[in-house]
Design a protein around this ligand. Structure first.
Ligand SMILES: C[S@@+](CC[C@H](N)C(=O)[O-])C[C@H]1O[C@@H](n2cnc3c(N)ncnc32)[C@H](O)[C@@H]1O
Length: 211
């Protein structure tokens, strides 16, 4: 199953120009808007899960964040992102890992921000959702932040040909539990390269208690 998923994502990135992917953002404005609300120091540890080849990394480097971690199950995606970044790739820590069976990510030092755009919704089985949230709760620092953007409950049923589990703010708040406070959220209609739109919910939480 894991090998199949990795193959799925490697094929998606390997067969397409990054800018043609159905989730490509020329500018990750909604994420940047919520990250600005976190008031992070420039050396904050920022983990991007399922980063793919996201332009968020280029933007965060341009904003002079110095402690960025980029992680994905797809080595093809990470390689494409590294090629685009060129020499700047050395300013980023790279981790290839599966969020549903994390081995390397569960060993990293605590982080100040967890950033996920369009990854959580692929975990349709409860055991995979549990792995995702257990990892998050293990590694986000007290007073750290969690940014999750995912298809909202009005959204499509599939992404990249895979079934998705859609969320609203109540569902995400329940998954995170009482240690996390919702600071802000909004719905956002993403326009795909094809011109179709996909409704997302963007949320930012702060960890107010540790485990
Ligand atoms: C729709 S893409 C979004 C990519 C990126 N976050 C963005 O906004 O451009 C979903 C990403 O999640 C990654 N992914 C899917 N399942 C994963 C898993 N189990 N563990 C880690 N990454 C995964 C895929 O390889 C892909 O890069």
């Amino acid at each position: 199953m894991v090998a199949d998923l990795k193959k799925h994502w490697n094929t998606a990135y390997g067969n397409n120009d990054i800018t043609a992917l159905g989730w490509y953002e020329e500018s990750p404005e909604p994420s940047l808007q919520l990250i600005q609300e976190c008031d992070l120091s420039k050396n904050a540890r920022i983990l991007n899960v399922g980063v793919g080849a996201s332009t968020l990394i280029d933007e965060m480097l341009a904003l002079e964040y110095t402690n960025i971690i980029a992680s994905d199950i797809s080595d093809t995606a990470l390689k494409k992102l590294q090629i685009r970044l060129g020499a700047k790739k050395d300013k980023v820590q790279w981790i290839e890992d599966d969020l549903t069976k994390p081995s390397k990510l569960s060993e990293i030092a605590p982080i100040d921000l967890w950033h996920d755009r369009a990854v959580l919704h692929f975990f349709t089985e409860e055991k995979d959702q549990n792995s995702y949230f257990s990892l998050l709760k293990k590694i986000v620092k007290p007073n750290g932040y969690v940014l999750i953007s995912t298809y909202n409950t009005e959204g499509a049923h599939k992404c990249s040909g895979l079934s998705v589990h859609r969320y609203n703010k109540r569902m995400l708040t329940e998954k995170l539990g009482e240690d996390f406070k919702l600071l802000d959220h909004f719905n956002y209609n993403y326009t795909m390269p094809s011109g179709d739109t996909r409704p997302y919910i963007y949320t930012i939480f702060k960890r107010i208690h540790s485990l």
